[in-house]
Design a protein around this ligand. Structure first.
Ligand code: HEC
Length: 132
């Protein structure tokens, strides 16, 4: 195999790899939540710390992927699960419940069937409002 051919093959095989969760976060979430995840309060919430805390409430697990910005991203269910699992570890490691299990692609498929029309109302009902 010639060198040029090997290089082309390498290029093709690396470009069909699924994007890493970090890259998908940068592409589809960071425009609003910023590269470092701190958002632009009060309009765009931070993704640091509180997501880990809210996971103590079972209803808040699916919330993370039923939120419009997440659920409508052009990502597969498996990719969205990876992005959210990534940002939980990256930005919420200190607040995640000790028994936290990663979201699965199947869970995300189910959750996406029920996108939240009014995420703030849901959040306030099962967890707390942004102001509390
Ligand atoms: C167009 C801007 C925008 C994009 C893009 C976006 N979000 Fe959001 N996100 C928001 C806003 C605004 C809220 C507050 C709730 C609402 O109004 O939807 C929010 C809320 C959230 C929340 C809940 C935070 C809390 O404290 O309740 C999570 C989790 C979240 N987004 C994750 C994501 C993920 C993951 C992505 C990328 C796949 C993403 N968002 C992309 C704007 C965005």
């Amino acid at each position: 195999m010639g060198l040029t051919f090997s290089v082309i093959l390498l290029f093709i095989s690396s470009s069909v790899q699924p994007a890493s969760p970090r890259i998908n976060y940068l592409l589809y979430c960071s425009g609003c939540h910023r590269v470092t995840g701190e958002g632009k309060p009060p309009n765009v919430p931070t993704l640091h710390d509180e997501l880990g805390r809210m996971l103590s409430v079972p209803e808040m697990r699916s919330y993370l992927v039923r939120i419009p910005g997440a659920t409508q991203a052009p990502l597969s269910d498996a990719e969205l699960a990876d992005v959210v699992n990534w940002l939980l570890q990256e930005f919420n490691a200190d607040t995640l419940p000790a028994d936290f299990q990663n979201l699965s692609a199947e869970e995300v498929t189910e959750a996406r069937k029920n996108a939240l029309m009014d995420p703030i109302k849901y959040r306030t009902k099962y967890w707390k409002s942004y102001e509390d």
